[in-house]
Design a protein around this ligand. Structure first.
Ligand SMILES: CCCCCCCC/C=C\C/C=C/C(=O)SCCNC(=O)CCNC(=O)[C@H](O)C(C)(C)COP(=O)(O)OP(=O)(O)OC[C@H]1O[C@@H](n2cnc3c(N)ncnc32)[C@H](O)[C@@H]1OP(=O)(O)O
Length: 291
């Protein structure tokens, strides 16, 4: 799916426009102008994000440092998107590792405090920022690897699933998954689609309906993560793995992209049809209540 988005962002101007409308892209850029990285190795820091870029390898490491648990607030999401935009614009940056500076937690998912009791304008901006993060990671031209060095529920799991590869710390205290159901909320369809693309249909059904959080070993078994390593080795393994991915010529990447793009379009059409059916059904229910 990520590759599919990459392809359409490269080749389909119409869809790019559609996606940019969906994601309100540019809202982050409007706040702070991106700067190109000129040094051989550099480090740029916002309050909540630290990016180390090694120009010799073309690999950047994004450290999420929003205490206590890297919850995805509007401010944090905006910083993530700005950092991504900057890296994306620097053509020498080919790979991105995302990890956490917080102990025991990769990301606690959407910031619950930022969703509660806020103005409709804030909620709209917040929700657009969530979509923007998803689109930017999924549609990135860089190879992305999530170095999941702690628990990663809900939106945190989504973030990791938008990456090309996931390496998780092998600590049974940590968990990962889309647990929204357990919180009494329904995960949006694009959370669901992202998981289907990662672990398949049946595993997603089970995961979402029961709101399951998986231990690292269980997550590996269903393919939610690709590799488990000792806690101390997560970041180094991620950078080593990146070297392998970057050795693959970009043209092959684009070819696979076309296959996945086809699948993604089919999915989108199905989703639109199902939304139309739901609206028709809701109208029928409404009418039958009137009479
Ligand atoms: C606004 C309009 C949009 C509306 C749309 C709504 C529909 C959206 C539908 C679905 C999508 C939802 C996606 C989500 O991501 S919802 C968030 C789900 N997240 C969780 O369930 C995680 C909850 N947290 C935990 O499980 C744990 O905190 C932990 C495993 C991440 C870490 O555990 P531990 O190290 O033991 O830390 P604590 O539990 O003690 O927490 C420390 C501190 O952090 C606060 N906190 C934790 N999670 C969040 C969070 N998601 N948002 C905000 N704050 C969080 C926690 O309360 C503690 O705070 P303190 O008491 O003040 O210290």
């Amino acid at each position: 799916m990520k590759m599919a988005l990459r392809a359409c962002l490269r080749t389909k101007p119409g869809l790019t426009a559609l996606l940019s409308q969906l994601s309100c892209s540019g809202h982050a850029a409007a706040r702070r102008a991106p700067a190109l990285v000129a040094q051989r190795s550099s480090s740029s820091t916002s309050q909540k994000i630290k990016v180390d870029f090694d120009q010799s390898s073309g690999v950047a490491v994004m450290h999420m440092q929003s205490p206590p648990v890297n919850s995805l607030s509007l401010e944090f999401l905006t910083d993530v998107c700005i950092a991504l935009e900057k890296l994306e614009m620097d053509k020498s940056c080919r790979g991105l590792v995302v990890t956490s500076s917080q102990p025991k937690v990769f990301s606690a998912g959407l910031d619950i405090l930022d969703m509660y009791g806020k103005s409709p304008e804030h909620c709209a901006e917040f929700w657009k920022a969530v979509q923007e993060m998803w689109l930017k990671f999924y549609g990135s031209n860089m190879i992305t690897i999530a170095a999941v060095n702690g628990s990663s529920p809900a939106g945190g799991c989504l973030l990791s699933m938008t990456c090309d590869y996931r390496i998780m710390a092998d600590n049974p205290r940590y968990s990962i998954g889309l647990n929204e159901t357990k919180l009494g909320i329904v995960a949006p369809f694009w959370f669901k689609d992202t998981m289907v693309n990662t672990v398949g249909h049946r595993a997603t059904e089970m995961a979402l309906q029961l709101g399951l959080l998986y231990s690292p070993a269980e997550a590996l078994k269903i393919g939610l993560v690709d590799q488990l390593v000792h806690e101390d080795q997560v970041l180094t393994t991620a950078t080593e793995t990146m070297t392998k991915w970057l050795a693959i010529p970009g043209i092959l990447n684009i070819s696979y992209t076309c296959h996945f793009f086809h699948l993604w379009c089919c999915n989108l059409v199905c989703t639109i049809c199902s939304c139309v059916c739901q609206v028709i059904a809701a109208k029928k229910i409404h009418l039958s209540q009137d009479f």
